[in-house]
Ligand binder design. Structure first.
Ligand SMILES: [Zn+2]
Length: 255
């Protein structure tokens, strides 16, 4: 059974749920340049794949996953100079997530989870600020596995861990698995690898893809992407999100 999607339900169907078992899953994406071969919504595709894979794990734990409408806007200052990128203030994202959490709590939802693969530091900061604010309100639990932090990122591919992980093999593989019709294959297969590490560039204080050495808004090896790797990564992302929720609920240990 595919998971319930909140925006397609009626209020009476929501009322009839055993809401004490509901986990509200929010896919968080971005409208951001992802090379000349992947769509602007790449991070949203990854987040959507992540929640769908996590839903199966949560159902197995006798919980009821409900997919929230996706949040496809984000802070994306690294990619701002590339046409198509939309970057909003981090405070806007923090406020929006905090407000959604309050609304969910008001109708008795015990936990929400953020599925995010957009790693711009400004955006991650906005999500951490939101989770802190939601926790301080103490009305609803919130799970947010930050893929750039331990233990989560260590479960992902070598390219991801190298930091050369924007529109390269890692992300391209997920899009090939989830939305193959949206990949510009004739472009992707001809791109040279760009092994520059974005995470190192961020540590060095660089603040745009251009400064960091990504003139076409990609890092990593787009031509190395495969459907198989994408399927595998989606399963791992689903496990990460599922585990983060179960930890938040105290159903598995945090070690
Ligand atoms: Zn991305």
């Amino acid at each position: 059974m595919p998971p319930l999607r909140l925006r397609e339900m009626t209020w009476t169907e929501v009322e009839a749920l055993d809401r004490s078992r509901v986990v509200a899953l929010m896919p968080v994406g971005a409208i951001e340049a992802h090379g000349p071969h992947l769509p602007l919504i790449t991070d949203g595709i990854i987040a959507h794949s992540m929640v769908t894979a996590a839903a199966a794990r949560l159902e197995a734990a006798e919980l009821t996953p409900v997919l929230l409408p996706p949040l496809d806007y984000s802070a994306a200052p690294f990619a701002e100079s590339f046409p198509g990128t939309i970057s909003v203030a981090p405070e806007t994202i923090t406020a929006l997530i905090t407000d959604v959490a309050s609304s969910l709590a008001s109708w008795g939802i015990p936990v929400m989870a953020l599925a995010n693969a957009h790693l711009d530091p400004a955006h991650l900061g906005a999500l951490h600020a939101a989770t802190t604010a939601v926790r301080e309100n103490q009305k609803i639990l919130v799970a947010f596995p930050d893929l750039t932090r331990r233990p989560w990122g260590s479960r992902l591919t070598e390219e991801f861990r190298s930091g050369a992980c924007h529109a390269g093999q890692f992300e391209g593989s997920v899009v090939l698995a989830a939305r193959p019709e949206w990949v510009r294959e004739e472009v992707r297969t001809r791109l040279d690898p760009n092994p520059t590490s974005l995470s190192t560039a961020i540590r060095l204080g660089q603040s745009t893809f251009i400064e960091a050495g990504g003139p076409q808004a990609y890092f990593g090896n787009p031509a190395g992407a495969t459907w198989e790797e994408g399927e595998q990564t989606i399963q791992i992302l689903g496990q990460i999100l599922g585990d983060a929720v179960l930890q938040e609920l105290g159903m598995i240990s945090t070690s």
